[in-house]
Design a protein around this ligand. Sequence first.
Ligand code: NAD
Ligand code: UGA
Length: 459
Amino acid sequence: MNITKICCIGAGYVGGPTMSVIAQKCPHITVTIVDINEARIAAWNDSDLTKLPVYEPGLAEVVAEARGRNLFFSTDVDTAIAEADMVFISVNTPTKTYGKGKGMAADLKFIELCARQIAAAATSDKIVVEKSTLPVRTAEALKSILHNTGNGVNFHILSNPEFLAEGTAVQDLHNPDRVLIGGETPEAVNALVDIYATWVPRERVLTTNLWSSELSKLTANAFLAQRVSSINAISELCERTGANVDEVSRAIGTDSRIGSKFLKASVGFGGSCFQKDILNLVYIARSYGLHEVAHYWEQVIIMNDHQKQRFADNIVQTMYNTVSGKKIAFLGWAFKKDTNDTRESAAIYVADSLLDEEANIIVYDPKVSAKQIYADLDYLCTRSPEENRRLVTVIETPYEAIQGAHAIAVLTEWDEFKGYDWKRIKDNMMKPAFVFDGRKLLANNNLSDIGFNYYAIGE
Ligand code: NAD
Ligand code: UGA
């Protein structure tokens, strides 16, 4: 199977970067990324590379190299499908907000719509690749839809879950720990192996059956999130006992069986996937009657919700049990540094909790727009959009945001925060000046020596 044309449905945080890197590394393959969101496609096509819809270090350079050569962004989904040898499905698979499985199961309606559109538009044989994160055995449903509604052409289904992390997406794609490909037809599997082998060492391209591949993706995210919840659980114990969570992380992380990564205590994990994928795992386990398995993984989410809540509670308690009318400056809104993504960011929930206490919140984030911040708060439906705009102000310069604040809360670990003039900041704040560091980011800035009341997670 010789692949010369690829189509990817979904130009989001995964479709955009993954396909841009395939196009960059495989100039002999034409890659067309399609989406029904016209504004998103227009942004991908913008000649001003600072306007790309996804902010990722190094991505603009990759797009600049390949776009117009063998990388194209379009809203013409049918044509791109019809012309492609291989079609990736990289659409969103959010948690269901209605019906059976509401709040737990993955909503597969976008996946089904893609399958039906592929079946209708395909006039030649295709390899269809699941790039989205999906419940185990979704390929069975895809197969059924494609074979029952297609035009008599052959479809081979592969699972190729994506393991990139936002903020390091380009680096992760250029140099992945592994690429995972699940499939039933060796020729189809090999066709995709050959594409990755253009730049990834062969031994790092793992092949499995379809179901192992689908389940490995959910399992990987569950294990990663579990590590964060585990260290966050210990952070609370550190705060009571005089231990320091960073020291504990270092002490356990040097054990090669445990390893040092993903042991950074925080205000709680965010992002579009950890919570959604664990909830999905829990739902799948329950649907097979595996209640102990479901219960086990559910604790990871419960611990994470607790971590966000207790960070907010600690701010209120420390500030004499009231933040009503007080100005609290949020440094960071994104769910981690080096991304403009705010989905499930801990900042949203901490803000919501403090707004319940009638705090005034001033937000500064170097990459997140005011529009996005208000959209995140409005989505919660806790209070009216007018109320959110009355209580929350978004400011584009950090020193202005902090002027006259009673407290600062660090929600995202942006590097630039470490370089601020903290003496100047303290002089311009209400006294006593509080800093609540949800990332343990400013541990080396000697804030206590400068005169701040400094509180960090796990200390
Ligand atoms: P996203 O919301 O950023 O992008 C999805 C895109 O698909 C949207 O632009 C949407 O308009 C488009 N879309 C939906 N239905 C469509 C249709 N029928 N036709 C054309 N376009 C359609 O989502 P994302 O973050 O890129 O995630 C996509 C998938 O990848 C999810 O399953 C997610 O779990 C998984 N994943 C995400 C990450 C990540 O870092 N964000 C990493 C690994 C895996
Ligand atoms: C995560 C996984 O790392 C990727 O492998 C996976 O592909 C992706 O989910 C996905 O399926 O969407 P991502 O959510 O982009 O990637 O970012 P992470 O670096 O994993 O961080 C997730 C959250 O955990 C962030 O809020 C981060 O601040 C937090 N975190 C991470 C910690 O609090 N402590 C840590 O030690 C690590």
